[in-house]
Design a protein around this ligand. Sequence first.
Ligand code: 2BA
Length: 108
Amino acid sequence: MKLILAIVQNDDGHKALAALNDAGFSVTKLATTGGFLRAGNMTLLVGTEEERVDEAIAIFKERCHARKHIVSTPISAGIAGMYTPQPMEIQIGGATIFVVDVDRFEKV
Ligand code: 2BA
């Protein structure tokens, strides 16, 4: 048994969730927040047999797409305590996926 934790952008997450459900996966959706952008994203938990992990990851690859974002980051102006916002382009991945072993799985 494996647990897939996938952090995805909200727009893609809904599509991935629907496709996973259609394929017979059980999924839990958590509303999460990225630590860097402090913006809302979505974490999907998928508990599944090891043989189906690649199938689930293929669904994430299909439904989740990387996007570029411009963020404003404070850069020191050279004067103590003075910061001016500077635009910076970052790429947010389609999905950040962790696959972990499950020692024990029970439904009681
Ligand atoms: P955030 O932490 O809000 O990060 C959004 C994007 O900002 C990241 O996209 C990356 O391109 C950039 N970024 C993150 N930390 C940075 C830093 N210290 N310096 C410069 N740029 C930085 P992704 O890498 O695709 O990550 C998307 C979201 O997935 C992250 O949102 C976070 O919620 C999660 N994530 C990514 N890697 C993770 C990890 N190793 N552990 C836990 N969560 C992770």
